[in-house]
Design a protein around this ligand. Structure first.
Ligand SMILES: Nc1ncnc2c1ncn2[C@@H]1O[C@H](COP(=O)(O)OP(=O)(O)O)[C@@H](O)[C@H]1O
Ligand SMILES: [Mg+2]
Length: 490
């Protein structure tokens, strides 16, 4: 049999497993409207809680319609199933075999529990359970919509989405927190993890690449909280950015040149401001014959070049072992003869290794970092290095930053939800202890229009010869650069 334990030996102990305990806690905690108070307790208790609910006991479930009873039976069968089946193994199967496995186990549970149902009813229950186990239940319609960038579930009856940069509530509801928890379980089991009271926080990924975070009770107070950053299959291109007003055509030309002539670039911005999307765009200017190694926490970048090695970090396993950090990856990268290194998000001591790489012949490396201005980005870089335990004088660290980073691009999500590139800045050098930067492009906000959209305009700051001019000339792009900068002056 496929289950990790046989249904018969597991069922009597169902109520004592952490799994069921958590689910019934969650049930008690919220969404009382979904369960008929009188009927729920005896059934749930008889099955999940009381020692009397052993295999072969004589309780009978009688089902006449899709009523509260139906859902109670479903919950009961579902909990028994979750307890019995090895979800991680189930995830390895294709949908049809997984369905067969579930069918076998559910039938076994039916007979152990003497569930009385017609064949048609059993079929529909099985169908429902399969959707819950193999799909993502009420999340499915949201997951299939391409216009949604984030899905935020705050307990069973509050589901928010982000569309076009704006957060809005949806009518989507889960039956109760137990169902939500089961779906969370289902999501994380695909990467061989569990969420329960003893490990209530988990990061995971959907098969389509979407990033998922789950935090469950008792840490989240109003039920399991699920956050999904949806993976966009068709990543925005530079021309989309121009169409959306994220950058002007001239600004896009300058960024293209920056990408092509192998400047070292840091993309700075807040969460969801479009850093990764912009990084992805910039990588499209990398030449086909360059060897690129990407390091990410969860692979999001989609490089089109033929010679790309993609690396991904690994969280520790349940025993706290086996973690591979971003720093491990970036260090290893250096032994892989990369021509460029692309780091999805710099957030810790790997900053040091990345800067070293940039300094030692891996020009054209790129990364994103969380900061609200180019200046802050540089000082965050400095503090990441300091906190990484390098006992270097701050002047030395700053010199290293100056020697490595050529360009900082700042992205912002404005209050109307639109994403803009608000600075393209160059790192020039040091004056005394201070890093000197200069803006090439800025976005000036001019107020709101009648629809509440932020009005503003991109302009170049009038610098005709940026510091990377020589690079541009080396790659024969200086004329194009001069034209774009001049055209954007205003
Ligand atoms: N310039 C843009 N215009 C409109 N939407 C954008 C833009 N850049 C990014 N997005 C969308 O915003 C969301 C977050 O983008 P992402 O690049 O992942 O942000 P970050 O890496 O800063 O957290 C994605 O859904 C993405 O498609
Ligand atoms: Mg990102």
């Amino acid at each position: 049999m496929f289950g990790k334990r046989s249904a018969a030996e597991k069922l009597p102990k169902g109520g004592k497993s952490a799994d069921t305990a958590l689910i019934s806690d969650a049930e008690k905690g919220a969404a009382p409207q979904s369960v008929k108070p009188g009927a729920a307790e005896p059934n749930a208790g008889a099955f999940a809680g009381s020692p009397a609910a052993s295999a072969g006991s004589s309780e009978e479930f009688i089902l006449d319609r899709r009523s509260d009873e139906y859902y109670e039976i479903k919950t009961t069968v579902f909990n028994a199933l979750i307890d019995t089946i090895d979800l991680a193994q189930l995830a390895q199967l294709d949908a049809a075999s997984a369905r067969e496995e579930i069918r076998d186990i559910v039938n076994e549970i039916f007979s152990i529990k003497n569930v009385v149902m017609s064949i048609a009813e059993q079929e529909s229950l099985l169908q429902d359970i399969c959707n819950d186990v193999l799909g993502y239940g009420p999340l499915e319609p949201l997951l299939s919509r391409d216009d949604i960038s984030d899905i935020m579930v705050n307990g069973a009856d509050r589901v928010f989405i982000e569309v076009n940069g704006k957060i809005q509530i949806t009518p989507v509801r889960f039956r109760d927190n137990a169902q939500l928890m089961n779906i969370c379980q289902r999501i994380v089991s695909q990467i061989g993890r569990r969420v329960d009271e003893s490990s209530p926080i988990c990061d995971a990924r959907l098969p389509d690449g979407s990033r998922v975070n789950v935090i469950a009770p008792p840490l989240s107070l109003d039920g399991p909280t699920l956050t999904i950053r949806k993976f966009k299959k068709d990543k925005l291109k530079m021309k989309d950015m121009v169409n959306f007003g994220t950058i002007t055509p001239e600004g896009a030309t300058v960024l293209g040149i920056i990408g092509a002539v192998r400047c070292n670039v840091l993309i700075s911005g807040g969460t969801g401001s479009g850093k990764t999307t912009l990084l992805n765009c910039l990588t499209s200017f990398i030449a086909e014959d360059e060897r690129v190694v990407t390091c990410e926490d969860a692979a999001e970048l989609q490089l089109q070049q033929p010679h790309v090695v993609r690396l991904e970090t690994r969280p520790p396993n349940l025993e706290g072992q086996g973690e591979i950090t971003m720093r491990d990856l970036v260090k290893n990268c250096l032994r892989m003869r990369p021509e460029r290194i692309v780091v999805g998000e710099v957030r810790g001591p790997e900053a040091f290794d990345l800067l070293q790489a940039m300094n030692t012949g891996h020009d054209g490396s790129m990364g994103t970092l969380h900061a609200n201005s180019p200046r802050e980005a540089l000082s965050r870089l400095e503090s990441m290095i300091t906190m990484g335990g390098y006992a270097l004088p701050s002047k030395t660290i700053r010199e290293m930053i100056c020697g490595s980073i050529d360009i900082v691009v700042q992205t912002t999500r404005l209050r109307d939800g639109s994403r803009r590139i608000v600075n393209i800045s160059e790192v020039l050098g040091m004056e005394g202890e201070v890093i000197i930067t200069q803006d090439l492009f800025v976005f000036d906000i001019e107020g709101d229009d009648e629809n509440g959209k932020v009005k503003g305009r991109h302009r170049s700051t009038g610098i005709a010869r940026p510091a990377f001019w020589d690079r541009a000339r080396y790659y024969n792009r200086e004329r194009e650069l001069a034209q774009a900068l001049e055209a954007a002056e205003g």
